[in-house]
Design a protein around this ligand. Structure first.
Ligand SMILES: Nc1ncnc2c1ncn2[C@@H]1O[C@H](COP(=O)(O)OP(=O)(O)OP(=O)(O)O)[C@@H](O)[C@H]1O
Length: 251
């Protein structure tokens, strides 16, 4: 496996699970103490009338231990949302393996945009409306999707009654539209839910370096690659050093 430079990781939390895996998109069935894992993940799309293949993610590898609050940072367009969608099961990687403990929950930047129907299965089926599928095909695809994220038993539940009893939270720039007080409130609420349950793990996409104060660890990406991951303080120092290197010494 192609692991990027690692600033800190307790040795007992790093079982050698990736290298023995086939290079497929199946879940790796990672060790119990690793909640989220990506191994050599690549993602590309075909652009310009199906002629050019554009890479978005390049050999991304990382491991996030259970019960920790991690952040995903990097410049605009480096691939953070794409990586999060792959972890959520919303996109398939072009190659590489992914493991995320279940049930998992993905929250978009604007949560109001992600729930449109009253029940869980109807909401999932809504996204299939643009394809010409039979009712049986829709039912079968909805079942597969709900099984994939560990929510099959909740298919008839009202979306309003879903609890936050998931094991993994994947959160994409939740605080973008919030004022400073509410930003802090949300981040503290996530931190608090992790502190009260050792089983919950969260990965939070952000641009705000100051939010790293609440994190256990972080992943820093550039140009589709995981450049560094490890404890939050080290990643913050790393990014700050990069930023200051770009500032001119004198005008
Ligand atoms: N299916 C696709 N079609 C076209 N472009 C795509 C596709 N998937 C990803 N991209 C491009 O890949 C790049 C990475 O996008 P992504 O949204 O993952 O980045 P990001 O780091 O989350 O950016 P931001 O911080 O601005 O939200 C962007 O340039 C995006 O336009």
């Amino acid at each position: 496996m192609n692991l990027p430079s690692l600033t800190y990781f307790p040795q007992k939390l790093v079982p050698s699970v990736c290298s023995a895996l086939p290079n497929s998109t199946r879940s790796s069935g990672s060790a119990d103490n690793i909640a989220i894992e990506g191994c050599n993940l690549n993602f590309s799309f075909t652009a310009t009338r199906q002629v050019k293949v554009v890479p978005v993610l390049r050999n991304c590898s990382f491991r996030i231990p259970c019960g920790q609050f991690w952040m995903l940072l990097g410049p605009n367009g480096c691939g953070k949302s794409t990586l999060l969608k792959i972890l959520a099961g919303l996109l398939n990687p072009t190659s590489g393996t992914v493991h995320v403990n279940k049930p998992k929950s993905f929250v978009f930047q604007n949560p109001d945009h992600q729930v449109v129907m009253p029940t869980v299965d109807a909401d999932v089926a809504f996204g299939l409306g643009k394809f010409s599928l039979t009712d049986d095909e829709v039912r079968s695809r909805v079942s597969r999707a709900l099984h994939a994220v560990g929510l099959f038993d909740y298919k008839k539940r009202s979306v309003q009654t879903l609890s936050e009893a998931c094991k993994v939270l994947l959160l994409d720039e939740l605080t973008t539209f919030l004022d400073e007080t509410d930003q802090l409130g949300v981040i503290k609420a996530v931190r608090n839910s992790l502190d009260t349950s050792a089983e919950v793990t969260a990965l939070w996409v952000t641009h705000r370096l100051e939010e790293l104060e609440y994190a256990d660890g972080a992943i820093y990406m550039e140009d589709g690659k995981v450049v560094k991951y490890g404890d939050a303080a080290s990643i913050r120092s790393f990014i700050e050093a990069k930023q200051s290197a770009y500032l001119p010494n004198e005008y």
